[in-house]
Design a protein around this ligand. Sequence first.
Ligand SMILES: Cc1cc2nc3c(=O)[nH]c(=O)nc-3n(C[C@H](O)[C@H](O)[C@H](O)COP(=O)(O)OP(=O)(O)OC[C@H]3O[C@@H](n4cnc5c(N)ncnc54)[C@H](O)[C@@H]3O)c2cc1C
Length: 459
Amino acid sequence: MRELLGTRGWSTEPSDLAAHGRDWLDRHGQPPLGLARPASVDEIAAVVRLCARHNVAITPHGGNTGLNGGSVLSAGRTGIILSLARMNRILSIDAVDLTATVEAGVVLGALHQALADQNLAFPLHLGAEGSARIGGLIGTNAGGSHAMRHGMMQDLVLGMEVVLPSGEVWEGARALIKDNAGYQLRKLFCGAEGTLGIVTKAVLRLSPLPVAHATALLALPDLQAALRVGALLRNRTGDLLTAMEFFGEPGVIMALKHVQSLARPLETPGPVYVLAELATSMPDISADDILERTLSEALEDGTVLDGAIAASRTQRTTFWRLREEIPEGQRLEGAQLKHDVSVPVARLAAFVAEASAAAETVLPGVRVNPFGHLGDGNVHFNLSPPQGCRHFASADARLSEAIYEIVVRHNGSIAAEHGLGQAKVALADRFRPPTERALMRTIKASLDPQNIMNPGKVV
Ligand SMILES: Cc1cc2nc3c(=O)[nH]c(=O)nc-3n(C[C@H](O)[C@H](O)[C@H](O)COP(=O)(O)OP(=O)(O)OC[C@H]3O[C@@H](n4cnc5c(N)ncnc54)[C@H](O)[C@@H]3O)c2cc1C
């Protein structure tokens, strides 16, 4: 490895190994045999060939913000970590094609910045955008707050270059919207969590930069009311509606308690909140007026208890921070059980009510903190132990079991946007129809017969 990559590209320093040994939530992983930091696709291909020859497993590593332990070694396995951090160049931005071609190590926030300078946007937004890298976002098929309008990562990637488990390079970095010459191979790598190959380059689909945003924060009596407001906004604001997030009073309380410089922006407390945002790249449209007119109906008929439309960029940031700091507030509160699930939008309120009741039956007093993306039915159904307790009194597995069964009953998914990683492999295997499981195993075995590419994840 040292011959291939030099001292900058290969490390066995204990501090480097430790720094790449654990996941973001510090729940999974152990120090790898070594850390590869290649600087080119040729170096990656050479590393993969060498690993294949010696049967050494490789775990690709982006910003390490994944929430299911995909970017660190699986329990009981050895192998190397391959970090994309040095492959962080934006190769080209094309304002006619509306595409950007980037190396897989580019940080999402850095891409946003570079595009804004050219009045362009890449419409994927999530709380970890200051650290998450394009390869990791493809690996998990990330969703985020704007997925309801622009889709998930798989909808935003037109082409890619991938180093396959054999060390061969698939040159698929084409900038085409229409390309039906066979199987949609690029989609296979979206959500594969590094188990089928290492993405080294991607062609991303861009949008014009919005010139105006209108952002409202609403307090509502319950989730049914939130769904009604959601439907109203969808019907009346059409293409302008970019994000619709929901959260509850328990999340707000934890965020306010633990995160500095957060304030309660509305006088009337929830119990449920919706953050809705319109965005447009057309200067002649007054998004604020459209939002205000639409929401006045909901205020008059009592669907909305209280609400405000951001009067400035600072206030818009305040609203978004309240939503985005909820996971951090809960993390700082102590032990938690996360469930990243989705159900059809119309069933969201019923799901949350049933799952909350089931959790209470399993562990009386357990604190339920559901929040997420109202526009696409993605609920982060997260739990904290009862007030004053530091853990879940050995009820963790029973709580999750009860919640996932309700998800399945509502025709939902047990893994909405964070993927499976190592945390949910066994669970997914249990809930997948047998044919789907067999198909996934066939794909994995045909591309990676040695099982050296991120073993222990996904299948
Ligand atoms: C505060 C916070 C908020 C978040 N909000 C959201 C959200 O709203 N929506 C959402 O979807 N996610 C969210 N996440 C989860 C996380 O940010 C995403 O899963 C993101 O896509 C991970 O990117 P990463 O670069 O950190 O990848 P990593 O964590 O490094 O890796 C993730 C997976 O991709 C694989 N991988 C990494 N690079 C490559 C590559 N080049 N080729 C192939 N496979 C690769 C890894 O092996 C691993 O399996 C959030 C996380 C945090 C901490």
